[in-house]
Ligand binder design. Structure first.
Ligand code: PEP
Length: 255
């Protein structure tokens, strides 16, 4: 299968930015700027912005995602949000295993796996983030780290569900740092992720999965990164908070 047959996806990860009124204003700027996109466009927003984001984007080509979800259906998990809550609202995507969740909130591959399975069971499409630390890259164990994360995060996820899952390769050293992986580095790891999926599932499954790059992707470097065979899209942090920059990345993915 060639790249053009896979779904290119540009997703913004707003992190802990934008109040509901600010979210409305940003989406109002983003919507007309991406209306002719020839790729899927998603804004993953803070929980409190979901309602207004879904309302503003109704009938447009911008889809809405959450930034996390819990694996239990309900219960004594103060501060958490269930997949059923997101689904009932009309949310389609959910970011899981982001390095900031792993680094600051004790997220592990085991909990990422539980959240991934719960999201898929509820009919949400997970964007599962994997990526190595700078120290791990310097020790030349990037492939071991990525293979381990893919195996553990997708443990017990069937082939049909993996096809609905987006994998975001996000080298931790490139997130929010302004240091982008070179297009060659991004391609090398995205190709490795695809090869790992082929080993775990099949070549057909591996070729169907959308693999994004994330880590300081912006309007200046998106063209080159997205031109690579195994880079099917981007997960965008900082640049997704500026409508023109985000729209320029969407345009690069639409070529
Ligand atoms: C991210 O938060 O997933 C991300 C890639 O951030 P940034 O684009 O700011 O590096």
């Amino acid at each position: 299968m060639d790249k053009t047959k896979r779904k290119a996806i540009i997703a913004g990860n707003w992190k802990m930015n934008k109040t509901p009124s600010e979210a409305k204003a940003l989406l109002t700027d983003i919507i007309p700027a991406v209306k002719d996109a020839d790729c899927e466009v998603i804004a993953c927003v803070p929980y409190v912005d979901l309602s207004v984001a879904l309302e503003v984007t109704k009938g447009t080509n911008v889809k809405i995602g959450a930034e996390n979800c819990h694996w239990a259906e309900s219960g004594a998990f103060t501060g958490e949000i269930s997949t059923g809550m997101l689904k009932e609202m009309g949310v389609e995507y959910v970011v899981l295993g982001h390095s900031e969740r792993r680094q600051y909130f004790g997220e592990t591959d085991e909990t990422v796996n539980k959240r991934t399975k719960a999201a898929l069971a509820a009919g949400l499409k997970p964007i599962v983030c994997v990526g190595e630390l700078l120290w791990e890259r310097e020790c030349d164990i990037t492939e071991e780290v990525i293979a381990r994360q893919i195996k553990l995060d997708l443990f017990d996820v069937c082939a049909e569900d993996v096809k609905k899952t987006v994998i975001a390769y996000e080298p931790v050293w490139a997130i929010g740092t302004g240091k982008t992986a070179t297009a060659e580095q991004a391609e090398e790891v995205c190709a490795f992720i695809r090869a790992t999926l082929a080993k775990l599932y099949s070549e057909e499954v591996a070729q169907a999965v959308t693999i994004q790059y994330g880590g300081s992707m912006n309007n200046s470097n998106a063209d080159e990164l997205l031109s690579k065979t195994n880079v099917d899209g981007g997960l965008i942090g900082g640049a997704s908070l500026v409508a023109e920059k985000f729209a320029a990345i969407v345009k690069a993915a639409s070529k």
